[in-house]
Design a protein around this ligand. Sequence first.
Ligand code: GLU
Length: 290
Amino acid sequence: MRLNKGLVISAIALASVLTLSGCTDSGASSASAPPVAEKPTFDPGTTMAKLSEAGKITIGTKFDQPLFGLKGPDGTPVGFDVEIGKLVAAKLGIKPDNIEWVETVSANREPFIQNGQVDIVVATYTINDTRKEVVSFAGPYYEAGQDLLVLKGNPEKITGPEDLAGKAVCSVSGSTSEKNIQPYTTNVLASDTYSNCLGPLRSGEVVAVTTDNVILAGLADQNAGEFEVLDKPFTKEPYGIGLKKDDTEFRGFINDVLEQSFKDGSWAKAWEATAGKVLSTPKPPTLNRY
Ligand code: GLU
């Protein structure tokens, strides 16, 4: 009897350790470790030549989105977006240690690219025509869809955006999510980051948080037992790598890197080392070399 009880207790202890490590793992593990190209050559004057010669690149990403871009214990971010950034750097001959990671939130991605604060942005960044007026995009390298995050058990019985009329919802300024939700409710609390929407959801100030399903899945996983994703995506959000507008050679180069990663398994490896800890592995999308 005593032994049984002991076993049960250690089983519970082990389960919580596994759950805990599962949670931190999905954010903290990185390292799909793409091979770094040795002394690659590029046409003089191109962005590739400039970055490769400098031996460093500045990449904008999210710092608070588990699975895609989450600041790890050593200060550098981890996640699928981060791994995609490392794949691009590797083909320029730049080691992960020589990447400077800069936090970008939804609203400052275009200005950070335009004013040269970052060389590229890999940050759950939807490719769309409005943004293409000021920046260019390689990709897509993933396709997400907008969804809703509610309290566990769904106390408000929300089945989709149609149920949000007159209700308060949290989203983020400068995101497609904030725009896409406007037809359903005028009561939108615009935060700077999605993680800052969780407090208002917990307190009942809003009934839902809305953005891409994979961002919401990461937040739900990070706060196990508190929230659930409806899992009824109602938009298409093709993720691109943002770069300076009309840098056609650089865009073509990044598209080549992505295409190769789709084929040689490094894309899938990057997924499995990060978002794949929680989500099943998708098929790579079709590139849009516009
Ligand atoms: N993918 C959407 C966007 O680029 C929502 C996620 C985000 O804000 O990063 O606006």
